[in-house]
Design a protein around this ligand. Sequence first.
Ligand SMILES: *Cc1c(COP(=O)(O)O)cnc(C)c1O
Length: 369
Amino acid sequence: MWDYLPEYEQEKADLLDAVTTVFESGQLILGKSVQGFEAEFAAYHGIAHCAGVDNGTNAVKLGLEALGVGPGDEVITVSNTAAPTVVAIDGAGATPVFVDIREDDYLMDTDQVAGAITPRTKALLPVHLYGQCVDLAPLERLAAEHGLAILEDCAQAHGARRNGRMAGTVGDAAAFSFYPTKVLGGYGDGGAIVTDDESVDRNVRQLRYYGMGKRYYVVRTPGHNSRLDEVQAEILRRKLRRLDAYVAGRRAVARRYAEGLGDLTAPGGLTLPVVAEGNEHVYYLYVVRHPRRDEIIERLERYDISLNISYPWPVHTMTGFAELGYAKGSLPVTERLADEIFSLPMYPSLPLDRQDKVISALREVITDL
Ligand SMILES: *Cc1c(COP(=O)(O)O)cnc(C)c1O
């Protein structure tokens, strides 16, 4: 499904040079590479501040905490997401509140958000899932009207744009993951929070550093040790220079899939990703949908290709979140989607013959259903 080794082969000299650079720098924690990456990642977004953290889950958690979200507060998000989005809300002590998703692009149904706002609502947490941006304009209006913060979960949307605005530059702050499979991925864990708000950035820097305002002196609790590692930062710095090329590579794979499978789409049959108006998709995942998904996957077992389901269980149906009290059927579009989606292999260095193998196997299986 995903293999970093072809990319490693191509980029080996640069990546190993990154490691050597850090090892020879004389500074292993929050040194020149973290500072350099933070400045360059902020500049890529045209935003004032970036603070590196240890992973994407903690980027969401610290982002919420930095925006003042804590116990007793509600955060509105979606159940159709990677579970860590919700784990992070829970980790900040707040209560996740779910709205359903749209039928076409599987993103937050922003029309449902107003109805989910209560006096306890503190923040909106849209997830730019699969590499495509949620339309944030309606959320900006609601946030202004009700005094709410917006934290964007950009873990799957590095470099994506909607109506010309880049993911991560619209909300009060945005959380990124650099987990190896992501559009910008390290060789280990990593994350970041970007913001134009100086006080939010300061809060994140304190939170990631034991809650200290200066060395050895705690100014806020709960503090964390959530620093971005210096080696990962230097690797990410090198890879950031190639981010636009990675995105172009993903789009080329998406085009090949669309060309190879487009004629199989039909109402009640195969659905390929729908790119919403004004969106520039970065294809973290290439998610297709078919009502007979399980049969298709079973038949594909004869072929040497791997598929994935992202995600097989909506978060609100997991036993770990049973206490939130969402009954089955409460988010019908999300629940139906989880039964019908599967993802095709997608990464920029995916060999052409693998892409073609996926296309021909799917063609055979679907025409044969
Ligand atoms: C990957 C991911 C996260 C978590 O990032 P980690 O670096 O794995 O902790 C959070 N939200 C979404 C939408 C993700 O895809």
